[in-house]
Design a protein around this ligand. Structure first.
Ligand code: ADP
Ligand code: GN1
Ligand code: MG
Length: 369
């Protein structure tokens, strides 16, 4: 048996699924972790499914800290959800304990495996499709922010240091360009020019944080549309998932990352730039939903900086894809050569579109504040 298969088998054995495991298949389209859907047969009862994940060692150097954050935040959310009359088993993730009583199993290579019950009758969208659905995801992320507003942020580990430090991301790009480890710098002249023209932008939100205008909060930090599960019947958002990067951060980045991924009609790795357009209507719908979900939890300065959050997280993500391309695709999973460069190009096209309708983005926020 190949080691990867053996580790999967051992991880399956480490948890009690309450029934015979009848299969485990790769699942989802995340770029970072290895995700499997586990099918079990508990006697005569219907098949039950679970999500089994191996946390990426490459992205997360301290899986025990990731798991401590997730345990803390989900237990806290469960109480908040129950207090508001919601369903704590469905509206946030639930960690399953391994047979040894801990929240994860470690394989011989140091990979940490964890299990969540599969949230049934939900869907995971890769594109917003309609403004209503996008607004539903926005309410969920806004509510996530509100529910965690009194969580003791100082108890959270920084699971990826400087994760949304755009200045540090820019500095890293420059280092990689100088080293040019796989000889790809010659292919990306226009992309490097695009970044060079926006170096000062990389500091806008961080400066506001340093001046004390923007507060540090407990944030999700990876608010892609496919990190919220929606109810199949009602289309409402059910549960915010992918909690690995929950840590102190900026609300405007949570807003911005959703816009980056969802306020357009193309795949993140679309090759034809003529198909890539920022959609102001979707931006409008998300803004309305996010502010509804946050329900007054955001300060006036945070509202002021929401459009910047969108523009800068998109620029930052493009810089990260570009850096990874220049490093030889070591961080983001790829399925074909050049995919990270294509991902970078879509992000930069979206940034340019946002710049072109900047006033309208600001007016949309003003409409709902
Ligand atoms: P990654 O960090 O690699 O993106 P995620 O935690 O987002 O990993 O999980 C990958 C995919 O697995 C999600 O996009 C979603 O489709 C699915 N998924 C994760 N957790 C659950 C769950 N509890 N119930 C149902 N589907 C889930
Ligand atoms: C990664 O794990 P996933 O696929 O939800 C990445 C995000 C990027 C995103 C780009 C831990 O998200 O920061 O914005 O890809 N997650 C991590 O699609 O680096
Ligand atoms: Mg994900």
């Amino acid at each position: 048996m190949a080691p990867a298969e053996q580790y999967l088998q051992e991880a399956l054995n480490a948890f009690d699924f309450g029934g015979e495991v009848v299969g485990a298949v790769r699942f989802g389209s995340g770029h970072i972790n290895d995700t499997f859907c586990v099918h079990t047969q508990p006697g005569e009862d219907p098949c039950r499914r679970f999500i089994l994940q191996r946390i990426s060692r490459n992205a997360f150097h301290h899986p025990e800290q990731v798991m401590a954050n997730i345990a803390g935040v989900t237990n806290y959310l469960k109480k908040e959800i129950a207090a508001e009359g919601g369903d704590p088993e469905r509206e946030t993730l639930s960690l399953c304990t391994a047979r040894d009583g801990s929240y994860y199993h470690t394989d011989p290579e140091g990979g940490a495996w964890r299990v969540y019950p599969f949230l049934e009758d939900t869907m995971c969208l890769q594109s917003a499709e309609t403004p209503e659905r996008f607004a539903a995801s926005a309410r969920a992320f806004g509510k996530f922010q509100r529910m965690l507003k009194d969580y003791p942020a100082e108890t959270l580990y920084e699971t990826i240091p400087h994760f949304h430090d755009t200045e540090a991301r820019l500095a890293r790009l420059k280092e990689v360009v100088a080293a040019d480890p796989v000889g790809r710098v010659k292919e990306v002249g226009p992309e490097l020019d695009f970044v060079a023209a926006r170096e000062a932008d990389c500091s806008v939100v961080l400066e506001a944080l340093r001046r004390g205008e923007l507060p540090l909060r407990v944030t999700h930090n990876d608010t892609k549309l496919n990190n919220v599960l929606m109810d199949r019947k009602t289309g409402e958002a059910v549960c915010v998932i992918d909690l690995d990067t929950v840590m102190p951060g900026l609300s405007v980045n949570d807003f911005g990352d959703s816009i980056r991924f969802g306020a357009n009609h193309c795949d993140e790795d679309e090759r034809d730039m003529n198909k890539v357009h920022f959609d102001l209507n979707l931006f409008d719908a998300y803004t309305q939903g996010f502010l509804e979900g946050a329900d007054g939890a955001l300060t006036p300065a945070e509202l002021d900086y929401l459009p910047w959050g969108a523009r800068l997280i998109t620029l930052e993500c493009g810089i990260r894809f570009l850096t990874d391309y220049l490093e030889g695709d070591k961080y983001f999973r790829i399925h074909r050569p050049g995919q990270n460069l294509d991902r970078c190009r879509t992000q930069f096209k979206l940034v340019a579109d946002m710049e072109a309708c900047w006033d309208k983005m600001c007016s949309a926020v003003d409409k709902y504040r």
